[in-house]
Design a protein around this ligand. Sequence first.
Ligand code: AMP
Ligand code: ZN
Length: 493
Amino acid sequence: MLVYNSQTHRKQELEPIEPGKIRMYVCGPTVYDQIHIGNGRTFLSFDVIRRYLMFKGYEVTFAQNLTDVDDKIINRANEQGRTAAEVAEEFSSKFIEQMHRFDILDPDIRPRATREIEAMQEMISLLIEQGNAYAVPSGDVYFSVRSDHSYGVLSGRDLDQLRAGERVEVNDEKRDPFDFALWKAAKPGEPSWPSPWGEGRPGWHTECCAMIHRYLGTPIDIHGGGADLIFPHHENETAQAMCAWHAPLANVWMHTGMLQINEEKMSKSLGNFYTLKEVLDRYPANAVRILMLQTHYRAPLDFSFDRLDGAVSSMERLLSCVKNLRWAAHAAPQDGNLTDADRSLGEAVDAAHAEFVASMDDDFNTAGGLAAIFGLVTASNKYLAEAAGSIETAVTLRAADTLVELCGVLGIDLTQESADDDLPAELVDLAAERAGYAGSSAAEAAEALLEARAQARKAKDWGTADAIRDGIATLGLIVEDTAAGARLRRKKD
Ligand code: AMP
Ligand code: ZN
């Protein structure tokens, strides 16, 4: 399968370092606030990449850090009169909560910067010993970019170009303006740890690098994050790894495109800023996923609530197609003779599977994967409309199972019962009265009522048919006549 490597700017065959295994790391959030939907897009993209690698049979080890000590956290804590640790703890759990709501799989390893100080200090000491870093009188330690001949290899910049083009912080203690802090001397009131260079805290770039080395070993197969992290964060991470352990940090670097709102940058000042929480409060996770996966992970994603409403309709089409297929398969006569329609549905299932895999094998083309899924929805709906009355159970169930399976690879969970499926227990009494039903299952009661209604209509006994429909309506349900037969769903207010 082909994967685009941001370092080489081309797609290359994925060649795991250890056969059958993938070790991957995705930079986690700085926990000082609720994450926004742009962050959500990046984490979702890597969730799908991970799920697809697992689907392909790889044993994937996935690590993601929590940056729980940082200027932003310290500033927030000062504003609120709390400790940085309290702020970090609050937003770490809020982050994890939103990841769960978004059906993002937990990482196998979730290191927190504040608990990895030792690993970071070991790396810094090694860099100093090897001449790649230096401590200054204030207690900071800097990485010396000039000591690293390959500096710029990831982002494709060289230092002269950088010096000419970018504004950097002026600091007399640095030997080069692009030298970056590995260790920051403590300021009063800030969280700090003892070190050979005095009290202080680690720099952001140091954190990921030391944790990757400690938990996964370097190089890893895949290192990911948003495209805004390529420079300087990932450039600095890989420079440290190269100098400390004389091996690259990662074989493949993957970066996601930025999320934009109506083609503008999302920002608080433009008033177009949304947290993942507020979007998931209003929309099902499946719909947000469908919207995001309609765009390739490397392209900019244009987010809008109109598009999200469209994704809700797509999700409903998917859900009702699966339900109708199951319903039809259940009610079907099984004569074992395949019709042309049965055969072509079978072919549509195979084609959808093949198209899904071909798309995803091409650098995780989720838009192509979704197109394959929706192609099968169209073929299934056509089959249900045309083959009504002569449904082939096995092929119909295979279509439903394939939709559920392929969606599952994208993290779109069709197995969760939708709210429409919570049938009220009162159906049992109604069915006992109107359809002679003697059991206790609401689902069976619904079937018995629909069957009694169908019989009454067949016999042109409209009074009975309407009475059954009205009884159902008093329970807040409506009878929906679909190509695959009637079913009950909850009335929408
Ligand atoms: P941060 O907490 O700022 O380090 O962001 C966490 C992750 O979200 C990083 O991988 C960023 O690259 C990514 N990210 C930040 N803004 C956006 C955006 N607008 N669209 C997509 N990803 C983003
Ligand atoms: Zn990182």
